[in-house]
Design a protein around this ligand. Structure first.
Ligand code: DGY
Length: 455
C-alpha cells in the first residue's frame, strides 16, 4: 500500500461537519441512526473533539452526561434523552429496566450499567485547553466532585475483596462489547432463547455486528440484573459475568490521576488524597494480577470462575495510556505491537487490531473481534508518546489519518492493508462517527513531537 497524501484541511472540515451534524440539544450522538442517544465513554472522547472547536459545547457535553448520575454515584452507559428514537434502538430504556433500582435519576431515563471511566482525564484535557480556566471554576468543581463520586461507587461496589481492581458486570460495560475475551465466559453457561428485536442489523451488515447467539447472552445479563432490581450485592451473587478488565481499570487509573491533579488546583484535598491511595493500589494490583509477561499485554480475570482470560489485542495495550507498565513492561508491549501478530508481515496490518491477526478468532470486520478503532488507537498513541516511543506513536497517528482519509469517518476499520487498494472495500459499522472525528481532530492538532504529557 502506498502512503496516500493526506489533505488535512479537508479532513479537518469533515471532522467539524460530523460533530456539528451529530450535536443535539446539549450532547452529541455517536452516530445518528445506529446509536441515537448519549453514550458515556463516547461523550468523553467527543468532548475532546469539541474542545478543538467550541469549549462551551465541550463543557456542556460533560455536564449533560454527569447530570445523569445515579444516586449511588454510578454514571450510566446510555442516557436516553429522547424517547422517540428509542424505536430505532434495541435494547431501549424500558428493556434495560433500570427503573427497578431506587438509584435512578428522575429527570431522564438511563441504562443500569456503566462504561469505562474516561471522564476524569477528559476533564483535565478540557481544563488544559481553556484560555481562562478560572472563569469556569464552578463547572470544574462540580464535575470533579461528580466524577469522584463515580469512582467512589466503583471502588465501593465493584471491588468486594478490596483488591484495588474493580469489576464489570456486563460485557457492554467494557466498551469492547463482543471482544473474544468473553467467549470463554459464555461457554460456561447456557441461556434461554430470547426474542430479540434487534435494529442494528437492519442498519449494518450482519457480519459486522455481534452474532445472535452473543446478543442472547447480553440480554440474559440484563434480565438477571432486572430480577435483582439492579441491587449491586445481589447482582454480584447472581450474574455469571463478573470480570476484572484491563482497559476498564486502566481508564480508572488515568482518570484518578487527572482528578488528583485537578483537585489540587481546585483546592479539594480529600479528592487528592483518596485518588492517590486508589491509584497506588490499582497500579500495583494490575501489574501483579493482570499482566501477562508471555503475551506482553494486560489480560482479564474472571472472578466467577477464578481464572485468567489471556486474550491478546489492542484493549490490553491501553494501560500504556495510564502509565501503568514499568519501562521493561512497556518495551515488551511495544515489541509485541511491532511483531507480526499485531503488525502483520512487513507491516501489512494497520495498528492496532482489537485481536491479534494470527489469533484463530480474528475477524477483520466483526465489531470488536479484529477491526481497528480510532479511540483505542488514540489511547495507545498517547501512551507511546508518554513512554518515549515517538516513532511507533507517529506510525499509529499516520495510520489513523490514512484510514479516515481513505474510507471516511466510520466506526471501525479493516486492519488488513491489502483491502485499502480494493476500491470496493469500505469502513465498517456506523457512518459519520463522532469519536472517530473527535479524536482525529485531537491527533491532527498535536503532531507527535509536540504532544504534551497530560496524564
Ligand atoms: C451497541 O448497541 O452495540 C452498544 O455498543 C451497546 O452499548
Amino acid at each position: 500500500m502506498e502512503n496516500q497524501h493526506i489533505d488535512t484541511q479537508s479532513l479537518t472540515q469533515l471532522c467539524h461537519d460530523v460533530l456539528t451534524e451529530n450535536w443535539r440539544d446539549g450532547y452529541t450522538v455517536p452516530t445518528s441512526e445506529l446509536y441515537p442517544f448519549q453514550w458515556l465513554w463516547d461523550s468523553g472522547f467527543i468532548a475532546i473533539g469539541w474542545s478543538h472547536i467550541d469549549m462551551n459545547r465541550a463543557r456542556l457535553e460533560l455536564k449533560t452526561v454527569l447530570d445523569a448520575q445515579w444516586k449511588n454515584g454510578m454514571l450510566p452507559h446510555i442516557v436516553f434523552h429522547n424517547d422517540t428514537p428509542e424505536k430505532n434502538y434495541f435494547p431501549g430504556a424500558d428493556f434495560h429496566g433500570a427503573s427497578t433500582s431506587p438509584n435512578v435519576p428522575t429527570h431522564v431515563k438511563t441504562s443500569g450499567i456503566t462504561q469505562p471511566a474516561v471522564i476524569g482525564f477528559v476533564l483535565e484535557h478540557l481544563w488544559n485547553t481553556e484560555t481562562d480556566p478560572e472563569a469556569h471554576l464552578d463547572f470544574y468543581r462540580k464535575a470533579v466532585e461528580q466524577t469522584f463520586r463515580s469512582h467512589q461507587y466503583l471502588y465501593r461496589d465493584r471491588d468486594p475483596e478490596n483488591e484495588g481492581l474493580v469489576y464489570i458486570r456486563h460485557n457492554w460495560e467494557s466498551g469492547v462489547d463482543n471482544g473474544a475475551a468473553w467467549d470463554s465466559v459464555w461457554a460456561r453457561y447456557s441461556v434461554p432463547e430470547y426474542e430479540l428485536k434487534r435494529k442494528d442489523i437492519s442498519l449494518i451488515s450482519e457480519e459486522q455486528r455481534p452474532t445472535k447467539k452473543d446478543y442472547n447472552y447480553y440480554v440474559h445479563l440484563l434480565k438477571v440484573s432486572i430480577e435483582c432490581g439492579y441491587d449491586e450485592g445481589l447482582m454480584y451473587e447472581k450474574l455469571p459475568f463478573i470480570i476484572q478488565d484491563p482497559l476498564f481499570n486502566a481508564m480508572l487509573v488515568a482518570s484518578n490521576e487527572s482528578l488528583c491533579r485537578l483537585a489540587d488546583k481546585l483546592d479539594m484535598p480529600q479528592v487528592v488524597a483518596q485518588t492517590r491511595i486508589w491509584n497506588q493500589k490499582t497500579i500495583a494490583r494490575m501489574n501483579e494480577k493482570l499482566w501477562d509477561e508471555e503475551q506482553g499485554v494486560y489480560v482479564y480475570y474472571d472472578l466467577k470462575n477464578n481464572s485468567v482470560i489471556p486474550m491478546p489485542g489492542a484493549p490490553g495495550m491501553t494501560p500504556l495510556f495510564a502509565g501503568i507498565p514499568s519501562a521493561p513492561q512497556a518495551q515488551r508491549m511495544i515489541d509485541k505491537m511491532e511483531s507480526s501478530a499485531y503488525s502483520g508481515e512487513n507491516n501489512s496490518v494497520f495498528l492496532c487490531p482489537t485481536l491479534t491477526v494470527d489469533h484463530p478468532e480474528f475477524d477483520y470486520c466483526r465489531y470488536w473481534r479484529g477491526p481497528v478503532w480510532i479511540n483505542i488507537n488514540w489511547l495507545i498513541y498517547k501512551g507511546c508518546v508518554q513512554y518515549g516511543y515517538t516513532e511507533l506513536a507517529e506510525r499509529i497517528r499516520q495510520e489513523c489519518l490514512q484510514l479516515v482519509a481513505r474510507y471516511g469517518a466510520y466506526e471501525y476499520f479493516n486492519p488488513l492493508k491489502s483491502a485499502v487498494d480494493n476500491p470496493a472495500s469500505k469502513g465498517f459499522g456506523g457512518v459519520r462517527f463522532s469519536w472517530t472525528v473527535a479524536l482525529l481532530l485531537d491527533m491532527m492538532a498535536a503532531p507527535t513531537g509536540e504532544t504534551q504529557r497530560t496524564i
